[in-house]
Every structure is written in C-alpha cells, then in structure tokens.
Design a protein around this ligand. Structure first.
Ligand code: AP5
Ligand code: MG
Length: 212
C-alpha cells in the first residue's frame, strides 16, 4: 500500500498519517518533518532549507527528491509507505514516476482556506518526533507533552498567520495541480476535510480499501 496524502497546509495530512501508521503499520514519510529535523541537527541540508521553510516557500525539487528516493528504498518501506507533503510540484510527481516509485492511492484532504487559520493557531507539534496536536480538536493527554514520545510541544515558526497565508498561496499555485495529474492516472480520492479527525480517518481507510 503506497499512499500519497495531499492537501493544503493544515488540512490534516500529518494527523491522518499518524493514524494510518497505527492502523496499517507502514511508515509515514513526511518531508516537512525530515527537513525540520535536519534544521534542528544543523546538517548541511538543514542549513540549505532554512530560509525556504521559515518563509513558507517550497524547497527546491532536487533536494526533496534526493531525500525521498533514499527513504523509500529503505527496508521498512517494502510493504508500503505514506508520503505526507510530497510530491508538492508537478516536477516532483513526474520524478517519482520516472524513478519507478509505485503509487496506489492519492488521497486529497479538502479543507477551505477559511478553516485553516484556526487550525494553525491552535496547533502544537512535538519538537522531538513531529507529531501534531491541537489545543482543542486534538489535545495531548498532558498539556505541552507529546503522547507518543514525551517530547515537548512547540509552535511551528511557519504557523505565524502571514506565513500561513503565503503557504496557502504556494499550495494553490504549485501543488493543487497534482490533483489533476493523479486524477488522470485514476488514483485520486477526494475526502471532505471539514469533519472531525476520526470521521476523516474512517473515510480514508474506506477509499484505500483498508477498513476492517
Ligand atoms: P509541511 O511540514 O509538509 O507542512 P504543510 O504541508 O504546510 O502542512 P502542515 O504540516 O502545516 O499541515 P498538515 O496537513 O500536516 O496538518 P496537521 O495534521 O498538522 O511542510 C513545511 C515546509 O517544508 C514547506 O513550507 C516547505 O518549505 C517544506 N517542504 C516540505 N515538503 C516539501 C516538498 N515536498 N517540496 C518542497 N518543499 C517542501 O493539522 C493541522 C492542525 O489542525 C493540527 O493542530 C491538528 O491537530 C488540527 N487538525 C487536523 N485535522 C483536524 C480536523 N479534522 N478537525 C480539527 N482540527 C484538525
Ligand atoms: Mg504536517
């Protein structure tokens, strides 16, 4: 089961990826989380991507494709994987196809831009594992502490309202076109994202044929 999660910033890709990982036992590959980790560790990659990420612009395709190709080739991806936040441009999608990375389903979580701001202002993410929470819609068991790894929860720098607005523009300009691309391949599944987290998860599992 090789799955892509598409959707605007704050649509719930990371939240749903975590639930699918739990259900199907396949890894989630979040380019955003990988890049944030590289920044935290001060690697060359981290230094190269910092400015793009801080301002909410896309990181150049060649940097993304390098880390994704390497990651999907690892043994834990043999039975499937979830791509969260990648591909994000037509060039990335075409490159994955050219590399022979098989994709079974592309799930696009559809959320109106007007809903996104509330989600982002309430979001807290784990500084250690990247897990996503919301102070109201998906609160951690203990305030400020990750349920999964006990890491401390922080506010993402790119969740500032003006940066979120830019990220939404980037999504509409560069990423939304992927829906058409995968629709032509017969792989696109649209999910109404203005629902609670569990209902969305049930629908995703149904459309990918994984509902027990
Ligand atoms: P990335 O980390 O991928 O960010 P994003 O796509 O902007 O998406 P988010 O992580 O902000 O949102 P999400 O959809 O995961 O939502 P979440 O589940 O957290 O990318 C960051 C940056 O990295 C980019 O700007 C770019 O610079 C770079 N980058 C990464 N990949 C790249 C690529 N392939 N190419 C180029 N550059 C790349 O949910 C949001 C909030 O809402 C949470 O608080 C959550 O609890 C809450 N929530 C979730 N679902 C619901 C619901 N149903 N109801 C109510 N609240 C909900
Ligand atoms: Mg995310």
């Amino acid at each position: 089961m090789n799955l892509i999660l598409l959707g605007a910033p704050g649509a719930g890709k990371g939240t749903q990826a975590e639930l699918i990982v739990e259900k199907l036992g396949i890894p989630s590959i979040s380019t955003g989380n990988m890049l944030r980790e590289a920044m935290r560790n001060g690697t060359d990659l981290g230094k190269q991507v910092k400015q793009y990420m801080d301002e909410g612009s896309l990181v150049p395709d060649e940097l993304i494709l390098g880390i994704v190709a390497e990651r999907v080739a690892q043994p834990d991806c043999a039975n499937g994987f979830i791509l969260d936040g990648v591909p994000r441009t037509l060039a990335q999608a075409e490159a994955l196809d050219a590399k022979g990375v098989r994709i079974d389903h592309v799930v696009s979580i559809e959320v109106d831009d007007s809903v996104i701001e509330g989600r982002m202002t309430g979001r807290r993410v784990c500084s250690n594992c990247g897990a996503s929470y919301h102070v109201v819609a998906n609160a951690p068991k203990t305030e400020g502490v990750c349920d999964l790894c006990q890491g401390s929860l922080i506010i993402r720098k790119d969740d500032a309202p003006e940066t979120v607005r830019h990220r939404l523009e980037v999504y509409h300009a560069s990423t939304e076109v992927l829906k058409q691309y995968y629709n032509q391949q017969g792989k696109l599944r649209l999910i109404e994202g203005n629902q609670d987290i569990q209902s969305i998860n049930d629908q995703i599992l149904t459309v990918i044929g994984a509902k027990a």
